[in-house]
Design a protein around this ligand. Structure first.
Ligand code: SF4
Ligand code: SF4
Length: 327
């Protein structure tokens, strides 16, 4: 098992086709008030394990995919799916990055949890004031020590707000001492106004469509446990909202390959992920979006998808722009 740091994970995620995220459950008992995927204790989870195993096989069969993230919801509440995914991905020599809240941690961590953690290259462990309402300091510290004790690198994911960053650093000192950087590092993330987060955080001020840069999230698609594949990790797309052009449905391992190939060949996505979303407005079909205000690149992207050509409508200008994006 190769240990991956945050910089290495970010680098891999920036290379199109090298990584994807396997979203194994919508379910999570933690109940954070800011949850961007609106996960709940009774949210849906895997029902068709034969399909799930097929989908995992389809991921394992992609030779260029070196690194697979596993998230949810809380992956550890989907024990059977998590064990299947880890076992098959590790056997296929994939590097695994696991995202968790640490809700499973206590003084006696079950053997199956240790088995799941052992082949993982890196664990993203979330903490902030919202998580802390359900996960106390002792449980978080126990989770961090359990992961590090198995030789796995810990990335503590925390909202980029000064008081929350200070608290996370304090927790790491309590877990590992002053030289916690031997075991763990911080990843600072922006607040997301999606899911329940829409009630807590606000969208940024609007800006014109032409001003948006490239979308880096297109480098790593998301495969949901029930066969939905989305071109990126936009939370609303994962939850089934937004344009169908950014979504494919898989019923077998072969469909996984077809869906990933389809996204990689899409000229509109290549432009948004290459020269930049704003560059799309140089094309006459998208020109009126140049001055229109959008609160986020995703809002612009959704508007653009609604007027993108169907695959059979060859658009040579769009194809040329996409080719130049990849140059
Ligand atoms: S933010 Fe994470 S830990 Fe909190 S409710 Fe959502 S999925 Fe669960
Ligand atoms: S800009 Fe489009 S492709 Fe990128 S994350 Fe947003 S919805 Fe996904």
């Amino acid at each position: 098992m190769r240990r991956l740091t945050l910089a290495e994970v970010n680098h891999i995620r920036s290379i199109p086709g090298r990584s994807l995220l396997l979203y194994i459950t919508d379910r999570c008992p933690v109940g954070c008030a800011h949850c961007s995927v609106d996960a709940r204790g009774d949210s849906p989870t895997i029902r068709d394990f034969a399909l799930f195993e097929d989908i995992v096989a389809g991921i394992c069969a992609q030779p260029e995919l070196t690194t697979i993230g596993i998230s949810g919801g809380e992956p550890f509440v989907e024990r059977r799916g998590l064990q299947i995914a880890i076992e098959r991905l590790a056997a296929a020599d994939k590097e695994i990055v696991l995202y968790t809240s640490g809700i499973w941690a206590n003084a006696h961590v079950p053997a199956w949890i240790q088995q799941v953690l052992r082949p993982v290259s890196c664990v993203f462990l979330s903490t902030d004031a919202f998580h802390a309402a359900a996960i106390d300091d002792e449980r978080f510290i126990c989770a961090a020590r359990t992961i590090a004790g198995l030789g796995v690198w810990v990335v503590v994911q925390v909202l980029k707000l000064p008081e929350m960053v200070n608290k996370a650093q304090d927790l790491l000192r309590r877990a590992f001492g002053e030289d916690y950087s031997q075991h763990a590092e911080l990843s600072l993330i922006p607040p997301l106004p999606y899911g329940r987060g829409a009630l807590v955080f606000h969208h940024k001020a609007s800006r014109p469509g032409a001003s948006f840069a490239a979308c880096s999230a297109l480098s790593a698609p998301v495969v949901r446990y029930d066969g939905q594949i989305t071109a990126c990790c936009n939370e609303q797309l994962i939850k089934g909202l937004g344009p169908e052009r950014l979504r494919a449905r898989c019923h077998s391992a072969l469909d996984v390959d077809a869906a990933l190939t389809g996204f990689r060949a899409d000229p509109v996505l290549n432009i948004i992920g290459g020269v930049g979303a704003g560059a799309l407005t140089e094309h006459p079909r998208f020109a009126d979006l140049a001055e229109q205000p959008f609160s986020s690149i995703c809002e612009f992207c959704w508007a653009a998808q609604s007027r993108a050509a169907a695959p059979e409508d060859a658009d040579r200008l769009l194809s040329a722009m996409a080719l130049m994006s990849q140059a």
